[in-house]
Design a protein around this ligand. Sequence first.
Ligand code: BG6
Length: 509
Amino acid sequence: MSTTSNPLRDPRDKRLPRVAGPCVLVLFGVTGDLSRKKLLPAIYDLANRGLLPPGFSLVGFARRDWDHQDFRQIAYESVKEHARTPFREEVWKHLSEGMHFVPGEFSDPGAFDALAMAVKELDQTRGTGGNYAFYLSIPPKFFPQVVEQLQRSGLAEHDDDSAWRRVVIEKPFGHDLTSAKELNDTVHRVFPEESIFRIDHYLGKETVQNILALRFANTMFEPIWNRSFVDHVQITMAEDIGIGGRAGYYDGIGAARDVIQNHLLQLLALTAMEEPTSFSAEAVRAEKAKILSSVRVADDPAQATARGQYAAGWQGGVAVKGYLNEDGIPPDSRTETYAAIKLEIDNRRWAGVPFYMRTGKRLSRRVTEVAMIFQAAPHLPFSQTDTEELGENALVMRVQPDEGITVRFGSKVPGTSMEIRDVNMDFAYGESFTESSPEAYERLLLDVLIGDPPLFPRQEEVELSWQILDPVTEYWASQPKLDQYKSGGYGPRSADELMARDGRAWRRL
Ligand code: BG6
């Protein structure tokens, strides 16, 4: 497939595209939601952008009585429904010729032997060069079994020095520090660290990577990015959806383990870390680890945290069920669907600046953002009535869905008085760039196939994040009380009280 003639490439872009070399991607858990909605469409989008090699092959492995054609049909439907780029028959035809299916149970050595034969055959027929990436989009309880089978069947090893093996693991990376270490030991028994790619899909988002561009490619933000100017930081990940069909995964995990341990703490790390010496994986990960090791829950968890569970309500004009009435949820479940935590960072740059995080399902709208709220001007030479509508200066990194950056500051209202009111200055991705943003999984899958690790957290970051969160989940486990909040609203009252205790309020959702 030619990359230079690809109509989706911006002709002004003179950089060489990052294109994957010959390889096979083996997808475990190919019948799951993530595969259907994100991974298969992302693979098609990469092919459509000319970023996969001509012989690229995809092997699906699952406990289904499918043949190659059934797998291709499922993939076709998911691409048609969820791909980002236009459907092109010739791209699909080429890609689907390289799609194979191996049926089997994770416990069945015979199925893994068949898998080993299938990929070796692809090396012969499609020139994939003995390079295999194994994507484990499966519940973590199966990780040990699958990595052991990969080892036993010889799939984890290669005789040829130029060939590679990589394993991709999806979160959750354990459910606390101890289990995260155990999981890591299991994977490490078979794969060396440089072959392990832990996916946190937030790091694949353009707007998340842009936090580093904003901070370290410019001069005007960094001088005020510290305790001398910042009053506090609010990191929000609000969703308007419920748990959908994910009861089996979500119940017992809850909001804090599902997204704070990974996505939100990664956002915090990128926002608060020092400048890395370069953008190499080592340098970026070292700075993230350094900042995470200075983060702690601000206070006694009773004061510094809040949680809740969604009750029935209305969303977009439709009546929706409460969490306890969702299919597959036990009626006495105490899993939180909303979590808020106040954190502090013990270093010179941030001492005394609270970082408030909140996340929840079934809130009034979907928004993810990092908002730096600045201190008030030390003195206002205006009358009190003229500044009644002046709020705090703010810089908001809008991660999604309305991707961009907003700067809020006071401005004179036209007229004869000196009335001052807040205004917004906006940068919107959609208006400034002609290229649309690739999906996070497109970027991350390509990085795996190329072997480019900077956007993948290493084990140290995973463990530091659990270390921050464990005291909170332990405290919650000891507390019988769990607030309910109305679906379609703003979250539990206890979260507002957490802010009110500090004389602050959450940004409006
Ligand atoms: C996943 C969580 O990691 O992120 C889900 O498991 C959540 O619960 C999802 O809905 C949100 O992702 P995004 O990209 O839509 O913000």
